[in-house]
Design a protein around this ligand. Structure first.
Ligand code: OSB
Ligand code: MG
Length: 370
């Protein structure tokens, strides 16, 4: 039994170690909303709202998520008695969209529940493999030389798969240079919707590079044109932005819109929804991997936990804290082994200590709904 009695929202500002550029813009500093839930028995849990600072990746962004969590979602959860964390999503169900805001609250409740039970979150979610495989996502750089340097550093650190962001002005020649320098590493490109079907010849030309996959080449809400594109190219398409629910996953699989899914907790609304998408994909033979949203340690810890489920069969964008932050808000910081793996912690819940002191130092606003 869980009765959430208060939900605390805290916005923190964390400067990135290195700017992150996608086809929709550059980020230097994250504005992250953390969620702390407390129940009637005094148990607590932490979650993170993983939206960006602008509505560039999805329609949610820091200020819209804050007001939605504060005024709409938190009041729907506070004071309700439910059997388990799996019943938190249905409490917020009539609200359309706003999945990242929902996920911040929902994942915090899973952490709380696992802590109450004294079990690690990864086990509580149904994870099977404590050791997860890690890749990195590398943004668009100022020069190809700079990109090659970054890739070298990550390969030497042991990461198993390199994802580079691409766009119509940063694609064919760049990938060619990466292949020339590093040979047959596991390499993929993520376009964040920078192309349309008019670019089909360009996208076909990328087949020569044997990319592991091409992530989200076409518009953010499309699964129809992706099916046409997939029929025309050899490279497997990986869908990111348009898969916001288990139903979206089912339809995209049915249409043949892609062969792989980047599964992000925030994008689908939290752990219970990720579990459903994972199941649909596993049963359909569609590999999934855990995507990232430049999360702080709290969101990162949730990503580690969910990545242990059986369907997560490819290296995810779940990487070490030090790639993003000078000092993470959890301890220990997330570390990656020399063979590019992370071992989900044994402690209860997310299994990392959350540093109130570091959060307080970077906090810019707070609100408690009780
Ligand atoms: O498309 O996967 C994406 C970051 C912000 C928004 C969208 C995406 C990304 C990443 C970074 O690729 C993944 C990470 O390292 O957290
Ligand atoms: Mg992506």
């Amino acid at each position: 039994m869980i009765e959430i009695t208060s939900i605390e929202l805290i916005e923190i500002r964390l400067p990135l170690v290195h700017f992150f550029e996608t086809s929709f813009g550059r980020t230097y500093e994250r504005r992250i909303i953390l969620v702390r839930v407390e129940d009637a028995a005094g148990a607590t849990g932490w979650g993170e709202i993983t939206c960006g600072e602008t509505p560039g990746y999805s329609d949610e962004w820091t200020d819209s998520a804050w007001v939605t969590a504060e005024k709409i979602l938190a009041p729907m959860v506070v004071g309700k008695e439910v059997d388990s964390a799996a019943d938190i999503w249905p409490l917020m169900k009539w609200v359309r969209g706003h999945r990242m805001a929902k996920a911040g609250i929902e994942t915090a409740c899973w952490d709380l529940e696992a802590k109450k039970l004294g079990v690690p979150l990864w086990r509580h979610l149904g994870g099977v493999d404590q050791v997860i495989e890690c890749g990195v996502s590398i943004g668009i750089q100022d020069s190809v030389a700079q990109l090659l340097d970054k890739i070298r550093v990550e390969l030497e650190a042991g990461y198993k798969r390199i994802k580079i962001k691409i766009s119509p002005t940063w694609d064919y020649d760049v990938i060619k240079a990466v292949r020339a320098e590093f040979g047959d590493i596991l390499l993929m490109g993520d376009a964040n919707s920078a192309y349309t079907l008019d670019d089909i010849d360009k996208l076909k030309s990328l087949d020569e590079f044997d990319l592991m996959m091409l992530e989200q080449p076409l518009p953010y809400d499309d699964i129809i044109d992706h099916a046409k594109l997939q029929a025309a190219i050899k490279t497997p398409i990986c869908l990111d932005e348009p898969i916001r629910s288990p139903e979206d996953a089912r339809k995209a699989i049915e249409l043949g819109s892609g062969k792989i899914i980047n599964l992000k907790n925030g994008r689908v609304g939290g752990h219970s929804q990720s579990k459903l998408v994972e199941k649909i994909c596993r049963e359909a033979g569609i590999p999934v991997w855990c995507g990232g949203m430049l999360e702080s340690g709290i969101g990162r810890a949730h990503n580690i936990a969910i990545s242990t489920l059986a369907g997560y069969t490819m290296p995810g964008d779940v990487s070490a804290s030090k790639r993003y932050w000078h000092e993470d808000i959890i301890s220990p910081a997330v570390e990656v082994s020399p063979v590019g793996t992370i071992t989900a912690p044994d402690g209860p819940g997310i299994g990392f200590d959350v540093s109130r002191e570091r959060i307080d130092r970077s906090a810019v606003r707070r609100m408690t709904i009780s």
